[in-house]
Design a protein. Structure first.
Length: 401
């Protein structure tokens, strides 16, 4: 296999795996209302279960990333596929809060984490030259958005045609598609203590990273990203319902977000080859803050939601390529799965609060207004916190290398 063909095989398979795992995760908001109607557990309990899922998805990634650095990515992705399918398949039969939290919030979320950003981008980055990594990260990230574009309308059609239980079981079965897609990601690290070519171990590299101010800035910005995305994927259907619009508007909006973010991820990944990634992060978060402010000032019609989804989608997960790129730039790619996985943990701590507090807000006040205001403030803070990151000009860094 030629180097070019191997490059595209790895990148496309990684993108398709992420399309499945992220497509599934980002359509769970469509099941909140039927879950509530069927189980009677209440919006706060269901929101909390999904919030736990946001945290577990993030916590699983550095753990599975470290395991992938030792045992290889293929095994980890396969284990994750089984956990994701099992957790989703069991969810419809849970009528207690503990059961729902365990299967939806822990088992399925951990499974999705084993086939997500840190493992996929980390595995791909180790197999390609430095100048291609940023674009590869953007392409893989776009796969997650494509999955949202596909899964959101499909899930809504299945719910309408066959009921939410059959729809969730069908989506659970689709999680197993990631197993054959992982085969091209086989790598040479099959066990034993992994040591960097410079003699540094994983624990030593992690300690160095946490002593670096730039690494903490990435964590802070990613916290906001997680808060924002988790709130929207969980509660956008609820916002649509409060406006008296049909559920199809929710599904279409989520699909538009996914489609728009394909362009956003590819564009940011391409721009990261030329421009400083910290400045790209500044503008991505800034666009997000402006988009929400304009949305709040606009009439709540279906067209407003579609335009909001399109603008928002451009920045949706466009934060991933420059964040992963900066981690690799600062600390190398050998332990990228673990170090980037730790930033995703911060992302999902934010996601926990975004999903949970959204449920608390609507239960206490009957609307999501304060969540939108918090989103604007956090997005502006995230834009500013990325500016102190130390990063060389791309051309200068390449010349030095």
């Amino acid at each position: 296999m030629t180097a070019k063909r191997q490059y595209w095989t790895i990148v496309i398979c990684s993108a398709l795996i992420l399309a499945v795992t992220m497509g599934i995760r980002n359509t769970m908001g469509l099941f909140v209302s039927p879950l509530n109607t069927s189980t009677g557990l209440g919006i706060v309990t269901i929101s909390f279960a999904l919030a736990v899922g946001q945290f577990v998805w993030g916590a699983a990634q550095p753990i599975f990333g470290a395991l992938a650095d030792r045992a290889g990515s293929v095994r980890i992705i396969g284990i994750g596929a089984v956990l994701l399918a099992l957790g989703l398949a069991a969810t419809p039969f849970m009528h207690s809060s503990l059961g729902l939290i365990f299967f939806l919030g822990i088992v399925s979320a951990a499974g999705a984490g084993a086939g997500s950003f840190s493992i996929l981008i980390g595995a791909a980055a180790q197999k390609m030259p430095a100048e291609r990594r940023a674009f590869a990260s953007g392409f893989i990230n776009a796969g997650g958005s494509f999955g949202q574009f596909v899964f959101a309308p499909v899930a809504q059609v299945l719910i309408s045609a066959f009921g939410w239980i059959s729809a969730l079981l069908a989506i659970a079965a689709s999680a197993l598609l990631t197993i054959p897609l992982a085969l091209p990601l086989r790598d040479k690290h099959t066990g034993g203590k992994v040591v960097h070519s410079g003699g540094i171990s994983l624990s030593e590299q992690t300690l160095i990273a946490f002593k670096d101010r730039s690494y903490w800035c990435l964590h802070a910005g990613f916290f906001t990203c997680g808060f924002h995305i988790a709130f929207l994927v969980t509660h956008l259907p609820g916002e649509v319902a409060l406006c008296g619009l049909p559920a199809s508007v929710s599904a279409a909006s989520l699909a538009i977000i996914g489609l728009a973010n394909i362009a956003g991820s590819l564009s940011v990944g391409w721009l990261a080859q030329t421009y400083r990634m910290k400045f790209l992060l500044f503008w991505v978060y800034g666009i997000r803050a402006v988009a929400i402010a304009v949305f709040l000032l606009s009439p709540r019609t279906a067209l407003t939601f579609y335009i909001f989804a399109m603008v928002l989608g451009v920045s949706w997960l466009a934060t991933v390529p420059p964040t992963a790129g900066l981690v690799g730039k600062l600390f190398g790619t050998r332990y990228l799965a673990t170090l980037f996985g730790l930033t995703l943990l911060s992302h999902q701590i934010g996601g926990f609060f975004g999903a949970w507090l959204g449920g608390m807000a609507v239960a206490s006040s009957g609307n999501y207004d304060w969540m939108w205001y918090a989103d604007i403030v956090l997005a502006l803070a995230a834009a500013l916190v990325n500016l102190p990151i130390r990063e060389a000009v791309p051309k200068a860094a390449a010349a030095a290398a």
